[in-house]
Structure formats: C-alpha cells, structure tokens
Design a binder for this molecule. Structure first.
Ligand code: GDP
Ligand code: IMO
Ligand code: MG
Length: 419
C-alpha cells in the first residue's frame, strides 16, 4: 500500500513480490492510478490491471474498484500485443465508470475555479458518488442487456438534468450510443467474470497480494480532505473492498525516500526551488496517468507516523533511494509545531496550514544502483534508513535503488512463510 500521496513505487514492489504469489488483487481506486513496472528494457504502465500480471499470476479486480471498461480492454489488448495474456478475474459487484462520469468530473472541476481538486478527470469521484448514492451500474448489470438498459436510462436522465440544470452546460452524450458501445465492451469482458470475494476467501493455502492504489493521504476519510481521491487506500479497506473476513494482513508500506504529490492541496515539506526541480528531474517525477509534473519535497516522518497508526505497517519498502544520491545534504521532517506546541499530523487542512515543520539534516550519500545487499550501501544512506526505522519503530524489508527488478535489496523476508 501507498503510505504517502501515491506514486511511491507500488507497481515495482508488487511485481517483485508477485513472483512468489498465487493471486494479486487490486482492491480500490480506478484508472486514476498509474503503476509502472520495468522489466529489462521494457516498461509497463498499468492503470487497472494488477502488477502481478507480468509474472503471469492470477490477477483480480475486486468490488472496491471503479472500472472503466474502455481502459481495461485497451490495457489487456496492449499486453496481448506484447505476448502476455492476462489471467484475470473481475468481481461481479465492481462499479463501472461510464462516459458521463468523465464529463461530470471535468465540469465539476472547472466549475470550482481556483478551489479545484486537480483530479485526474477519469470519472473516479462521480463513479464513487453513484456507488454510495445507490444507483451505480455494476459489472454484473452490464452483462445483462435488460438491466443495463434500464439502469443506464435512469442514470442518463439524472446526469443530463444535472449538467443542463445545475451546471447550465450542454450535455452532448448519446444514450443509445453508450448502450451499444458498452454492451459490446461487456461481451469482451464477460469471460473474466468471477466471484473474487469467494475465490480469495477460499484461498487458504495460497499467497495473496492486495495491491493498493493511491496513498494514505489521498484517502477519502483520513487524507488531506477535500484534496483526496474518493476511495480508501487504507490497509483495513482490503476486507470490505474484497469481501473477505478480517484476518491478519502483513502490511508492506511503500515509502518513497522523499515525498511527492500530484494535484492540489497542502504539502508542508514541499521544495519550491532548485532542490525540488532536481529531485523531479532525477526521479522523473511526472504523472504516469496525466503526465503532470509531480510536486517534490523532503521525506515527512510526521506524516508517516500517522500513516503507520492508521495502517499498522509490518515493514517498510523504501523506494527511489537512488534519486537522493549526490545531494550534499538531505532533510526529513521530524516534528510539527502548531502555535509553538509540538503537534501530531492534524485532522484538517486548515490546521495543517498553521503547522511549522522542523527538519533533521542528514549527510549526503552515493548510490550506484549496483548494491546487492544492505551492507553494500553507503554508510550515510544506512544512517538515513536506520533513522527512519527507529523513528517509526518499523523494520525496513526492501530497499529499491532503481526502477528495475535487479535494482532491489531484500533485507527482511516479506509475507507469511517468507516471500
Ligand atoms: P506507483 O503508482 O506507486 O506504482 O508508482 P509510479 O509507477 O506512479 O511511480 C514510480 C516511478 O518510479 C515509476 O516510474 C517507477 O518505474 C520508478 N521507480 C520505482 N522504484 C524506483 C527506484 O527505486 N528508483 C528509481 N529511480 N525509480 C524507481
Ligand atoms: P497511484 O496509484 C498520485 C490524486 C489526483 C488528485 C486526487 C483526486 O498511481 O499512486 P481523482 O482523479 O482520484 O479524483 O483525483 O488524487 N491521485 C493520485 N496521485 N497517484 C495516484 O495513483 C493518484 N490517484 C489519484 O492527482 O490530486
Ligand atoms: Mg502512480
């Protein structure tokens, strides 16, 4: 799971762990996510398919996901062209993104003017609104022409009224055209229908990875609201979003060695000058989904402490340590002060904006990307890592020092029975 604002390297770590897994399950979010996996000279970018797909593992999309059939089919076909056939199961209760969700996402953003969220405009918020408004079209509905026709009509009328009468804009979609296109898409996806909740519940002797999307500070409840996404990237959401009883999970927190954020909203440890630009260029910090430049800043341990409290990290996978290589000094936020008093990560953005950040400085280090074991790492890098470990009281299991599979140091076994 992502411990910060997304793009921590979940795709890469999932791919590494997937080698020894049986199932890889995406439990929330939609194609707002962009997960990159680099294998040799090839780069794969996934928005919906779980990152275990390259290892040929059984991949699942659970009911907590909002699924855009156009995007999923494109992803499956692009992968097929590269010689990989996705072994995929889609839960019948997965909520479907339809073109009116994209339209509403765009209109809602532009109508907010300066206070816009900076969404990915993939229709995520409006699709989850329909889920919680109890009018969503789910995968199982899409597979029945009668049910789909009826639900589409009801939704279409409502969206048309909203666009025309609330936003005073033209609604240019065509209900019949959507019906035809989406019944055809549904036929392409029909073979993937399967009860993910049941399959995972019964997978007693299997190793299952639940791949999160986004990150804790984009969580609909606990993130920097309202600058958040519309689902729960939290570890605890796995149970409701997959449909399995609570049981012990090993929670691997993916932690980027610094912090990034795409879109708007407060970011206290943000670097505005040359240092931020340098990290952005070295780390290639441009959005996988939207291409937007990511805002960059120092690691924020106050955020991570709160993240740990919410998610119960079993271990940390530190990524992109190599991006900090060559800097003279590295900083990490170690405490916040509000009105002169030490404060925990606050609950509202209004309080957050009043916080002052205290940093600790670390000596710079060099990473070559060729280090194979923990002891090969520069002593200053180890000092930085061990400070993080001690501060959070959570062991580091994996250190990523480049985008490739080979640029990974496993320090501690991950997963029950040891991955
Ligand atoms: P995700 O959304 O959490 O899966 O992360 P993204 O794929 O959006 O962003 C992470 C980016 O960093 C991708 O381009 C990865 O290929 C790349 N990456 C992952 N780990 C490392 C690393 O350790 N070092 C470097 N330099 N790049 C990495
Ligand atoms: P991965 O899985 C980074 C951000 C958007 C915006 C906010 C709301 O690749 O880490 P939305 O379209 O979800 O309604 O946008 O959330 N956002 C992400 N930022 N990584 C992601 O996914 C994100 N998914 C959404 O930029 O600020
Ligand atoms: Mg991403």
């Amino acid at each position: 799971m992502g411990s910060q604002w997304g793009d921590e390297g979940k795709g890469k770590v999932t791919d590494i762990l997937a080698e020894k897994a049986d199932y890889v399950v995406r439990y929330q979010g939609g194609n707002n996510a962009g997960h990159t996996v680099v294998v040799g000279n090839e780069t794969f970018k996934f928005h919906l398919l779980p990152s275990g797909v390259i290892h040929g593992k059984k991949c699942m999309i659970a009911n907590g996901v909002v699924l855009d059939p156009r995007v999923l089919i494109e992803e499956i076909e692009a992968l097929r062209e590269r010689g990989i056939e996705a072994d995929l199961v889609i839960d019948p209760l997965t909520n479907i993104i339809l073109p009116y969700h994209n339209v509403l996402d765009g209109i809602s953003e532009s109508s907010m003017g300066k206070s816009m969220i900076g969404t990915t405009k993939k229709g995520i918020g409006p699709a989850y609104e329909d889920k919680y408004g109890r009018r969503a079209i789910r995968f199982i509905d899409l597979l029945s022409k009668e049910v789909f026709r009826k639900k589409l009509h009801e939704n279409f009328e409502l969206k048309k009224k909203t666009v025309e009468n609330v936003y005073n804009q033209k609604f240019e979609l065509d209900e019949h055209q959507i019906f035809e296109e989406y019944t055809a898409l549904a036929e392409k996806l029909r073979k993937y229908l399967g009860d993910v909740s049941k399959l995972v519940s019964e997978a007693k002797d299997k190793k299952v990875i639940f791949e999160g999307a986004q990150g804790v500070f984009l969580d609909i409840a606990y993130g920097t609201y309202p600058f958040v996404t519309s689902s729960h990237p939290l570890s605890g959401a796995v149970f409701a979003d997959v449909g399995i009883p609570p049981r012990k999970l090993e929670v691997v927190a993916i932690v980027k060695a610094y912090t990034t954020r795409v879109g708007k909203g407060p970011f206290l440890a943000e670097l505005h000058g040359e240092e931020g630009d340098k990290i952005r260029e070295t780390g290639n910090e441009y959005g996988t989904t939207t291409g937007r430049p990511r805002r960059c800043g120092w690691l924020d341990l106050v955020m991570l402490k709160y993240s740990h409290r919410l998610n119960g990290f079993s271990s940390l996978a530190i990524t992109k340590l190599d991006v900090l290589s060559g800097l003279d000094k590295i900083k990490a936020a170690t405490s916040y002060k509000m009105a002169g008093k030490e404060a925990e990560f606050p609950l509202t953005i209004e309080q957050l904006e009043k916080c002052e950040v205290i940093y600790k400085e670390f000596n710079g280090f060099t990473i070559t990307g060729k280090e194979k074991k923990y002891s090969d790492l520069d002593g200053n890098a180890r000092e930085y890592l061990e400070f993080i470990e001690k501060y959070l009281g959570v062991p580091i299991s994996l250190i990523s020092i480049g985008p490739k599979r080979s640029e990974t140091i496993i320090r501690k076994k991950i997963g029950f029975g040891g991955f």
